[in-house]
Ligand binder design. Structure first.
Ligand SMILES: [Zn+2]
Ligand SMILES: [Zn+2]
Length: 166
């Protein structure tokens, strides 16, 4: 984890002379600068990318754009880390009566990207998870636990299906 703090927050926008067509802001900001910490589920080891457009609507400043980031997330089924891509495509913030003042976008961007974190995460659609009996990661292959049934199921592969009540 990087410890160095940026001396000036990356997402402060000085708009005293905003041109009619607005301005584009594009760059990377670390999660640390956004004051978002890694936790046991998500490791925020790469910066978030922002691509924002700042424009004027009468006396208001309007910020639109996109945010994206790739973080390392722990799979809810198998507990292995995998890349998770986060994307916010509908950034929209309005700032009233602040012409001539610098706008700090940090707080709004922080809220936006926080909402992009999912409640649950699976490393893949068909992650098999871990065996509840022996704890083996079943994505790496079957464990022996299922084979301890009676001998019948081994001789007739369909009998196991018959037992399933669908
Ligand atoms: Zn998984
Ligand atoms: Zn097992």
């Amino acid at each position: 984890m990087e410890q160095e703090k940026a001396s000036t927050p990356a997402l402060i926008c000085q708009i005293s002379n905003l041109p009619d067509e607005g301005i584009d802001l594009e760059g990377d900001v670390s999660f640390e600068e956004l004051d978002i910490q890694s936790d046991y589920r998500f490791t925020l080891d790469r910066p978030m990318h922002y691509c924002l457009h700042v424009s004027l609507a009468k006396q208001d400043v309007v910020v639109t754009g996109r945010l994206s980031a790739t973080v390392t997330a722990i799979c809810d089924r198998c507990a292995e880390p995998a890349d998770l891509h986060l994307e916010v495509n509908d950034v929209l913030h309005m700032y009233k009566n602040i012409l001539g003042q610098p706008i700090d976008l940090t707080e709004e961007v922080r809220e936006d990207i926080l909402l992009a974190f999912p409640q649950s995460f699976h490393c893949s659609e068909d992650c098999k998870g871990i065996c509840p009996t022996c704890g083996k990661n079943l994505n790496e292959g079957p464990c022996g636990c299922g084979k301890k049934d009676d001998g019948d199921s081994r001789e007739n592969p369909w009998s196991a299906l018959d037992n399933l009540k669908l």
